[in-house]
Design a protein around this ligand. Structure first.
Ligand code: DGT
Ligand code: CA
Ligand code: CA
Ligand code: ZN
Length: 574
């Protein structure tokens, strides 16, 4: 088993222990170990060989032993036995967002619910609201989750799909009979959600590649298998395709299978005018065509060049005018992760974050950042332990103390201030004035109609102390639709008032959506790429935030947190 599979098993053990009412500390130990395992950059086999697993924080001797066993044999008697002692249906019910071990136990015992079908029926009949711990609201939430589950279960968040794909591509590249391997499709284009994984391999020995791919641990079932193409369903149910091509076809195939379909269509039309018929295998000439000048195994770059285009990065192959721009050599210099010098939307244990201020600051230092902004929730977000004015004042002092040490990174103190249903900010101006920045976000009354919601957010934009708007539409990808808001009017208001809209890089949010950024930035809108971190480990979501910016054609100059510390200090003062 690899890291991910083992982490899954540890998560399942934690869940099973909870189902058996085990000691919560024991449950947490398994969850922590799963997380620690996923987060270590070291190779699992190296760790095992060096007996270094238990040196990792969160993994003790006992768990190190279990992980080693799983890695070596793929089996663990303790886990198998535990699984047998809990009804199988628990796993099915666990897939419903919002259902944990406690609730599942009640459902099984009191209502004899053992499947999603039975759960849906019981909700519809109003049976849940009659038992303690469940209300009408829970019932409604479960029904919502069930209906969304069907629509959404087909796709995965980009981040999760990428975690699955990365080790597979790396393993493919290492095989002696593989010349090159890449993942194509929506994953390579960094789309916010991904329907399936599209692996592409060049090799002289397709049979060996097919055999390797279909025999891997991650394969749940094989959907179809030919000589150069296989489709499988992975153990978690996610679909993956793999194609093997010749070395000389690889560039063409990569271009084709990266998509988007619309981009490909435009490219092919362009090629046809030159008398070239482009496919995933190469170029054939139509009657009027003269042969293109290409090396024997062209890269994507070579192919674009032959068509008179500069290289178009996968993220912007979405038929948004990229081909015309490439023709005129006017493609943007897309922002990169290394351009980011700090982020601003970060929570700490003061509100609902899981790490302390100093842990967050240290983690920002580890990211190589020059600065970090702290933005805990405001008082009306009581469910997120939002700060009263007094507690916020204390945070301001805590940050001053850190900055007085004159160490890197510099800390900006701000707030993620609720935009109240009437558009007012959740703190008086007297305290907002003491802060370096203010992120204004909607967290309540999400069902307002579009007119009210838009007016509400514009009111917050017009507040002189607002710096930026957080997660503009409130969407939770694959779970909750955006609330209704007129995005175009919001963009106008921000430009008119010199305000920023954040790119919330949390893999579940990616909000404001990339589709709006190209146009908005041309009209003068700036952004700040944030991670909405609630944990030190969330800071890496700067990558998903940058993906959004790149898909939205943004350059360094459009993103305020590429500024140096001196520049951003000046900028925020204004
Ligand atoms: P997904 O999987 O729904 O997130 O989106 P994609 O873009 O990965 O789509 P997928 O997996 O169906 O196909 C991968 C790529 O293959 C797609 O982006 C473009 C290319 N492709 C697939 N079918 C066609 C087609 O009928 N025409 C053209 N031009 N390209 C296609
Ligand atoms: Ca795909
Ligand atoms: Ca596919
Ligand atoms: Zn928020």
């Amino acid at each position: 088993m690899d890291k991910h599979e083992i982490a899954n098993v540890l998560e399942e053990i934690a869940f099973l222990l909870e189902m058996k009412n085990a000691n919560p500390f024991r449950v947490r130990a398994y969850r922590n170990a799963a997380r620690a395992l996923l987060n270590t950059e070291k190779d699992l086999n190296d760790l095992i060989q060096e007996k270094a697993l238990s040196n990792i924080e969160g993994i003790g001797e006992d768990l190190a032993g279990k992980i080693t066993k799983l890695a070596k044999t793929g089996k663990l008697a303790f886990y198998e036995n535990l699984k047998k002692s809990v009804p199988k249906s628990a796993f099915e019910l666990r897939e419903v967002h919002g259902l944990g071990a406690k609730k599942i136990q009640v459902l099984q015992k009191k209502l004899k619910i053992h499947s999603l079908k039975q759960l849906e029926k019981a909700c519809k009949e109003g049976k849940l609201e009659k038992i303690a711990g469940f209300g009408k609201k829970t019932e409604q939430n479960i029904l919502n989750a069930l209906s969304k589950k069907e629509i959404y279960s087909q796709r995965k968040l980009w981040w999760e799909a990428n975690q699955l794909a990365k080790p597979i591509v790396a393993a493919l590249k290492k095989l002696s009979f593989v010349l090159d391997a890449e993942v194509a499709g929506s994953l390579r284009r960094c789309l916010e959600t991904v329907g399936d994984l599209d692996f592409l391999v060049s090799s002289k020995e397709p049979k060996k590649v097919m055999k390797w791919f279909t025999e891997q641990e991650f394969v749940g079932s094989i959907t179809s298998q030919g000589e150069t193409k296989a489709s499988i369903r992975m153990k978690g149910g996610f679909q993956a395709d793999l194609r093997v091509v010749l070395e000389k076809e690889f560039g063409f195939a990569l271009l084709y299978f990266t998509g988007s379909k619309e981009h490909n269509v435009k490219l092919r039309e362009r090629a046809l005018k030159k008398g070239w018929s482009v496919s995933e295998y190469g170029i054939t000439l139509t009657k009027k065509g003269a042969p293109p000048r290409l090396p024997s195994s062209p890269t994507e770059e070579d192919i674009y060049k032959a068509m008179g285009l500069s290289y178009i990065p996968p993220e912007i192959r979405e038929d948004q005018g990229e081909i015309q721009a490439a023709e005129k050599k006017k493609l943007p210099h897309l922002i990169e992760v290394k351009d980011i010098r700090g982020t601003f939307h970060n929570h700490t244990t003061a509100s609902d974050g899981k790490n302390t201020l100093s842990e967050m600051v240290d983690a920002a230092g580890d990211m190589g950042w020059e600065y970090i902004g702290i933005s805990d929730h405001s008082k009306s977000s009581f469910q997120a332990n939002g700060l009263t004015v007094e507690r916020l004042e204390k945070s301001i002092l805590d940050v001053q103390k850190i900055n007085n040490l004159k160490k890197k990174p510099y800390v900006f103190i701000g707030t993620e201030c609720d935009i109240l249903p009437n558009g007012k900010l959740d703190y008086p101006d007297s305290i907002l004035k003491e802060l370096d920045f203010v992120i204004a976000s909607v967290h309540s009354a999400l069902s307002q109609d579009e007119k009210n919601m838009t007016a509400r957010i514009i009111k917050a934009i017009e507040h002189p102390l607002t710096t930026m708007i957080g997660h503009l539409t409130g969407r939770i990808l694959l779970q909750r639709d955006p609330y209704k808001v007129n995005i175009s009017k919001i963009i106008d208001a921000c430009i008119a008032n010199g305000k920023i809209i954040e790119i919330n890089g949390h893999p579940q949010r990616l909000d404001m959506d990339w589709r709006f950024w190209h146009g908005a930035s041309e009209r003068g809108l700036l952004t700040c790429i944030n991670t909405d971190a609630h944990h030190v480990e969330d800071l890496v979501f700067v990558e998903t935030g940058v993906n959004v910016a790149r898909k939205g054609w943004l350059e360094k100059k459009h993103v305020i947190n590429t500024m140096t510390l001196a520049q951003i200090k000046k900028f925020l003062k204004k």
